[in-house]
Design a protein around this ligand. Structure first.
Ligand SMILES: *[C@@H]1O[C@H](CO)[C@@H](O)[C@H](O)[C@H]1NC(C)=O
Ligand SMILES: *[C@@H]1O[C@H](CO)[C@@H](O)[C@H](O)[C@H]1NC(C)=O
Ligand SMILES: *[C@@H]1O[C@H](CO)[C@@H](O)[C@H](O)[C@H]1NC(C)=O
Ligand SMILES: [Zn+2]
Length: 583
């Protein structure tokens, strides 16, 4: 002990040794704590500098069209006038009343015109409802029922703005008819919501575009920049019959990279749960898509003398190992989901995000530990989990015919939504590796996508792997640091801060987002890079408030008027060379 006389056999040097050992021990413990646990990683997130974040999510100024400054009454009429509202309800309700349900795997129009004839009624309805549009705008029909409205601008040097939506809806399942509060084809308005199939997906968008055209024509508006509206009729079965034809037609008419921007159905404004503020989330990316089918063929026989594993058992084993081994999440700066979180962390108007989380998000692009923290957070929520991960869902299995006969043939179909950072090719290869693993255990051959992958001698059966329906890589990402984005987010701020929510006291951030599903824009990649899946109206809770594709699909009517106001202001705001990217 310090200060006490040392006794004979404990020398200074020995005490020193003890001390050193103690210090060394402490250092080791500290090192173990720092590196063995994650303390060091936590410390780094807390104190290391974050780097330059200025370019990550710049806040753009509100953009107000000139017409608004002269006279703001037109857009205020859209939002608040009783008569405008009443007429608008009637227009959307009427559109819902025309049945445009479509089903999967339909033949093309020339091969089965009767399947598509119902769209004739819808066209009649539009023509009757929007007389000025049909009088002043040139209209082209593509593959019989797709509609293109060319509202020609006076300045042909300006790239046209393209607005798009689809005429078709998903089917109404007949066994759910009794569950609807109001019949799905009635277009009932209950004083707050309008109900019915297509009310949010997406006759609302289609009608909103035409209502806006009609209203502007009535005011004598003449655009400098052409405005095009294009409406397919089989989006709900991938747009194979209509959007493909529209894409060809538009590319032929206007050329590659000819559009100023494309705005299609998509998310709009909602409450962000991290910051508890209203945020706009234009879809700037889409995951990829591939369905892979695997078929196992084995010799049949009597079930009284079965092999140890029938083809059903083996397929069950494959199904099991697929689910046991989900794709790993991946979050890089290519993924709009990270951009979204960065936007929230940087702006966070109410200072709601805890410091550690904020710093983790801002470091996630280059700090592995921070990245894993953010991944964990995203994956806790079922709704956001697959924004950063390839999903795999075993959706169809078929096999076996008879109780006393061995199944000769079993098929399994797996649906994948491919992560932004992955590719269809990667998923296809990974699928092979799992099948091969099972095939080796059971002495089976494997053919994949037309090639022999595993050629077992004297095999006892064959796996065939093929791609089912047309696969799609993740969409090219929409640029964010350009004028087109500035105008989109600027007009969003103007409409929602000045007109819809004047009481809020923070800026409405537009933040990129991805869709886990695909829209018709999958066919429009050649027309522009500036594609937005974006229907700017406010929905607090997407699942609860809209019931898209489900029973009681409905739309808050205020939301519909917000969309009309947005289109009205946006079309005018971008009607200038200043909105172009070259400026
Ligand atoms: C609309 O214009 C009027 C008259 O110029 C003005 O008093 C009013 O504040 C404006 N409203 C908005 C929402 O800008
Ligand atoms: C191939 O399989 C059959 C039946 O399973 C067996 O009778 C035969 O001996 C095998 N031939 C070789 C070369 O393994
Ligand atoms: C886009 O352009 C490429 C290259 O010219 C062409 O092969 C492809 O078919 C086009 N895509 C669509 C959807 O038209
Ligand atoms: Zn839709």
């Amino acid at each position: 002990m310090i200060g006490l006389p040392l006794d004979n056999n404990s020398s200074v040097s020995e005490l020193w040794k003890k001390k050193t050992t103690a210090v060394a021990g402490a250092v080791v413990v500290l090192l173990v704590v720092l590196f063995g646990t994650n303390l060091f990683n936590y410390l780094r997130i807390e104190i290391a500098p974050i780097g330059n974040t200025e370019s990550l999510c710049p806040l753009n100024e509100p953009i107000v069209p000139k017409s608004f400054l002269k006279d703001n009454s037109s857009v205020l009429t859209i939002l608040h006038d009783k008569r405008y509202r009443k007429e608008s309800i009637a227009k959307l309700s009427g559109a819902i009343q025309v049945d445009t349900q479509i089903f999967d795997n339909q033949p093309d129009v020339p091969d089965a015109p009767e399947v598509w004839a119902k769209f004739g009624k819808f066209h009649e309805y539009l023509e009757k409802t929007f007389p000025l549009v049909y009088q002043h705008i040139s209209i082209e029909k593509v593959n019989t029922w797709a509609l293109v409205y060319h509202w020609k601008g006076s300045d042909s040097k300006l790239k046209p703005l393209m607005l798009t939506a689809h005429q078709d809806t998903v089917p109404i399942q007949s066994d759910t008819l009794g569950d609807w509060t109001y019949p799905p084809l009635e277009g009932h308005y209950d004083g707050e919501y309008i109900y019915g199939r297509g009310s949010t997906d997406c006759k609302n968008v289609l009608i909103s575009i035409l209502e806006t055209f009609e209203y502007m024509l009535k005011e004598g508006y003449k655009p400098q920049r052409s405005v095009i509206a294009a409406f397919g009729f089989d989006e709900e079965s991938s747009g194979i019959v209509s959007a493909t034809a529209l894409a060809k037609y538009l590319e032929k008419t206007y050329g590659k990279d000819s559009m100023y921007a494309i705005i299609d159905e998509g998310p709009g404004l909602t409450i962000d749960s991290y910051t508890d503020t209203i945020v706009a989330t234009p879809g700037t990316g889409e995951k990829g898509y591939v369905d892979i089918e695997v078929e196992l063929t084995t010799p049949g026989g009597h079930s009284s003398i079965p092999p140890d594993h029938t083809s059903i058992g083996i397929m069950g084993e494959l199904a099991y190992i697929i689910e046991k081994d989900p794709y790993s999440p991946i979050l890089t700066s290519r993924n709009p989901t990270l951009s979204y979180m960065q936007c929230m962390a940087l702006h966070d108007p109410k200072r709601n995000i805890p410091r550690f989380l904020k710093r983790s998000i801002l470091r996630a692009a280059y700090d592995k530990f921070a990245n894993s923290k953010v991944i964990n957070l995203i994956q806790e929520n079922k709704l956001t989990r697959y924004l950063i991960q390839t999903s795999q869902a075993q959706d169809i299995i078929k096999g076996g015919e008879k109780a006393n006969a061995l199944p000769e043939n079993v098929k399994l179909l797996v649906n994948h939504r491919v992560a932004i950072e992955s590719s269809v090719q990667e998923v296809k290869q990974h699928f092979i590796s799992r099948v091969v693993e099972v095939a080796k255990r059971h002495n089976l051959a494997v053919n994949a996508y037309g090639d022999v992958v595993l050629d077992t001698k004297n095999n006892s059966g064959v796996f065939q792997i093929r791609v089912f329906s047309s696969p799609l890589d993740a969409a090219p990402l929409t640029p964010l640091n350009d004028n087109v984005w500035k105008y989109l987010s600027g007009v969003t701020r103007h409409v929602f801060e000045d007109l819809v929510y004047p009481e809020i006291d923070y800026p409405i951030i537009s933040s990129p987002a991805i869709m886990t599903g695909n829209t018709d824009t999958r066919h429009y990649w050649n027309l522009t890079r500036n594609i937005f899946r974006y229907s700017p109206f406010f929905v607090r809770n997407l699942l609860h408030d809209t019931h898209a594709h489900s029973v009681d699909e409905r739309l808050k009517f205020d939301a519909h008027l917000q969309l009309n106001a947005f289109f009205y202001e946006y079309i005018q705001a971008v009607d200038t060379v200043k909105a172009d990217n070259d400026n």
